[in-house]
Design a protein around this ligand. Structure first.
Ligand SMILES: [Zn+2]
Length: 460
């Protein structure tokens, strides 16, 4: 899918000169098709092209969208339920949704070669196979409390494929997480999506049945899941929706202020990915909007929720006249966030730069910052089987751990991949302080956990 998407975008670039009429806000990877498919008879410009120019703040607002374009159902460009935001509204230039202050740039068109009427095939057969197939994500805390991204499977009555797809949803959630963390590594950091997780450290998937009519448009879907309690301020909902209506669509706020009280740090937010586009790439893109990408004030903003410096997961020509520049030339960077890390995601922005002074999605409270690198601590050990010269230390498993580092009196006493270690070479009748640190999959070592003191018996 990502490759198809990339090819699609590549072709679009060669056609930019002939774009005359296009729908307003298309989606990632899909905008290309807008240029070729929307120029036929009956196509109407959906909105005024924005004339905003500068990199100034919120006061430089775009013109309202005059009317939503005609639906193009073949490509998943369905505008039902989307209301163009009026002048003065927080969402002006985009569509306004019923829930909260949420906006949307509109549907993302299916990439070329993707038929939204053909469901993505399951990629993992069953839940028990999930753990061994790259489906694990980072477990943080109890997997439930605090800000979390929650994966929902949303379906109509009589069309429940939860059992068939549950393990695949977990895998796609993990694929999206890889995109975030690999992108963080480009600036020397680490960012994992803080999912609601199951005990095996895979993303938890909640099965949600809604009336069939609620699948007919994005706003109705959001209202239906809200009615079942999925509207928490500490949740962003990635909805794998069992429908062949859209490719992907997500809510965003347009708030570009730096700091913790930015609206992007609060839920509920909604990302909907339909069955023809079920994969980690589209899920990561829509979640990107939920986290606050890409603001209009960003240096390379398209002014419609995306960016113009390819290759980049969030960049594409999403409106007439939005020209793309090939800045990060590696096409694989289509699977990464923020080419040059100057528009919406950087773990290490330069002081005074745009991302140091505006909203930076890498600071989202829905991501795990620099996992285990000072964020977490290790478990408390217990000492047993004490002899004059040895002791056995045991501790509770930490799901994200690849191995454990044990220290005695602050000095390295060994490493274990299990939850026990026998330490030898001790002195009789001596007190020792023991701690355990966690080393995670990314090679980060946590702070030591609680210190436990034990004393070896005197030799006899
Ligand atoms: Zn988008």
């Amino acid at each position: 899918m990502s490759r198809t998407s990339g090819i699609h975008k590549y072709q679009r670039k060669t056609r930019l000169a002939v774009i005359a009429v296009a729908a307003t806000a298309g989606l990632a990877g899909g905008a290309v098709t807008v240029t070729s498919a929307m120029a036929g008879p009956g196509a109407k410009p959906a909105a005024e092209a924005s004339t905003r120019t500068g990199a100034s703040h919120q006061e430089d607002r775009p013109a309202p969208i005059a009317a939503a374009p005609k639906n193009d159902t073949r490509r998943g460009m369905v505008y039902d339920g989307l209301t163009p935001a009026p002048k003065g509204d927080k969402c002006v230039g985009m569509y306004k949704l019923s829930e909260g202050d949420l906006c949307s740039h509109g549907p993302d068109a299916a990439p070329k070669g993707v038929d939204i009427t053909k469901d993505a095939a399951p990629v993992v057969r069953n839940a028990s196979a999930a753990a061994g197939s790259g489906s694990q994500v980072v477990c943080d805390g109890d997997g439930k409390k605090g800000n979390r991204v929650q994966v929902l499977y949303v379906h109509a009555p009589g069309q429940d494929r939860f059992a068939q797809y549950r393990a695949s949803f977990k895998k796609w959630a993990a694929d999206a997480d890889v995109i975030y963390n690999e992108s963080a590594k480009e600036t020397g950091g680490s960012r994992h999506i803080r999912y609601v997780t199951d005990s095996d450290c895979t993303a938890s998937v909640t099965n949600v049945e809604v009336p069939a009519s609620a699948l007919g448009d994005f706003d109705a879907t959001n209202q239906a899941v809200t009615a079942q309690g999925h509207n928490r301020p500490d949740r962003k909902y990635v909805m794998f929706t069992d429908a062949n209506l859209l490719c992907g669509i997500g809510t965003l706020t347009g708030d570009d202020r730096p700091g913790k009280d930015n609206r992007n740090n609060f839920g509920p937010s909604y990302a909907r990915v339909d069955s023809g586009c079920w994969n980690g790439h589209v899920a990561a893109h829509e979640l990107g909007h939920n986290l606050g990408a890409v603001n209009d004030s960003a240096p390379n903003s398209s002014k419609h929720g995306h960016c113009t410096d390819e290759w980049d997961l969030m960049c594409y020509s999403d409106a007439p006249g939005v020209e793309m520049r090939n800045v990060c030339q590696d096409r694989n960077h289509e699977e990464r966030l923020d080419c040059h890390h100057d528009d919406y995601f950087s773990t290490a922005p330069q002081p005074g730069s745009y991302l140091a002074t505006h909203w930076n999605t890498a600071n989202s409270l829905f991501l795990i910052p620099d996992a285990a690198k000072g964020a977490g601590t290790g478990p408390a050990p217990k000492a047993s089987h004490l002899t004059a010269r040895s002791a056995v230390l045991t501790w509770k498993a930490v799901p994200s751990a690849k191995s454990y580092q044990i220290r005695l009196n602050g000095r390295d006493a060994g490493r274990s991949t299990s939850t026990t270690l026998r330490v030898t070479g001790l002195r009789a009748g001596t007190s020792y302080r023991a701690t355990v640190s966690v080393r995670d999959r990314d090679g980060h070592t946590s702070r030591p956990g609680p210190t436990v003191t034990f004393r070896t018996p005197a030799s006899s």
